[in-house]
Design a protein around this ligand. Structure first.
Ligand SMILES: C[S@@+](CC[C@H](N)C(=O)[O-])C[C@H]1O[C@@H](n2cnc3c(N)ncnc32)[C@H](O)[C@@H]1O
Length: 252
């Protein structure tokens, strides 16, 4: 073994690992239906001594609910309570606190399985813990089915074919930016719709694209709702998305 830097040691197989400390697994759970979880995610959760997950302050954790049937009764749980504020400060404090709790378990030699809705590296809050912990600890990321893939599959709308481009836009963007990015795009997935539904609908209507737009709420969950944007409810939950398919028919 050769000492590389900061306590990182190279094993015989060439894989970098941190001596003695536990491993942090950032595990993608898919969009909600537990059957859309990978076998690797299910195996890690089923064998976990420590599980960690984000939860909104005063709210339930979608990630925990997806994995609930697999979490061993004996597992210790670390809840990272995230405030829903526009300012970054309170959330950063919450991730600092969560990272400290996870680091304590890792330092004690325990592996920690962090539950992430969808994919950890696709708009996933796991990134904030990864940034805080990966310098000191070994971290493995297990990818998951993203909400974009799930919404396309559940709505029966192929996203992109041949050389078409997919644009992913966050709903909180301001109206002008949404409009210009949609205008120049082919297929579009608009995430984080929630309280931005009215603004997004207004932009899509203004561009004359309502007929190409599908609204998807809680894809793959029992409460799933899928309909043309024209028939969407007045208000949308956070777990909703609009798909706008402007590309060519893949049969052409
Ligand atoms: C913080 S991002 C997390 C994305 C997630 N990591 C992924 O891989 O899809 C949250 C946004 O993902 C979308 N989303 C996640 N799960 C969804 C679902 N089951 N149905 C519809 N949209 C979903 C919504 O747009 C929501 O506002």
């Amino acid at each position: 073994m050769s000492d590389l830097s900061g306590g990182i040691q190279a094993s015989g197989g060439g894989i970098l690992e941190k001596k003695k400390a536990g491993v942090l697994y950032g595990v993608g759970l898919g969009p909600g239906d537990p059957e859309l979880m990978t076998l690797k995610a299910a195996r890690l959760i089923g064998g976990a001594a420590f599980v960690a997950y984000p939860a909104l302050v005063g709210g339930a954790s979608l990630a925990r609910s997806i994995a609930a049937d697999l979490i061993p009764k004996s597992a210790a749980e670390i809840v990272v309570k995230v405030p829903m504020t526009v300012e970054r400060g309170p959330a950063q404090m919450a991730y600092n606190k969560g990272a400290a709790l996870i680091a304590a378990a890792l330092q004690a030699g325990e592996d920690v399985v962090y539950l992430c809705e969808g994919d950890p590296f696709f708009y996933g809050s796991f990134m904030y813990l990864f940034a805080r912990l990966e310098v000191e600890f070994q971290v493995e990321v297990v990818p998951g089915v993203t909400s974009v893939a799930a919404c396309a599959a559940r709505s029966g709308r192929p996203l992109v074919a041949r050389n078409e481009r997919l644009t992913v836009l966050p709903g909180p963007l301001d109206e002008d930016e949404l409009r210009s990015r949609i205008e120049g795009a082919e297929s579009v997935a608009i995430m984080k719709v929630g309280r931005h539904l009215g603004k997004i609908r207004h932009v899509i209507e203004g561009l004359g694209l309502v007929e190409q737009a599908v609204y998807v709420e809680r894809a793959s969950l029992p409460e799933e709702l899928i309909c043309p944007l024209a028939d969407a409810p007045e208000t949308a939950p956070y777990f909703s998305m609009i798909l706008l398919i402007k590309g060519a028919d893949p049969w052409l």
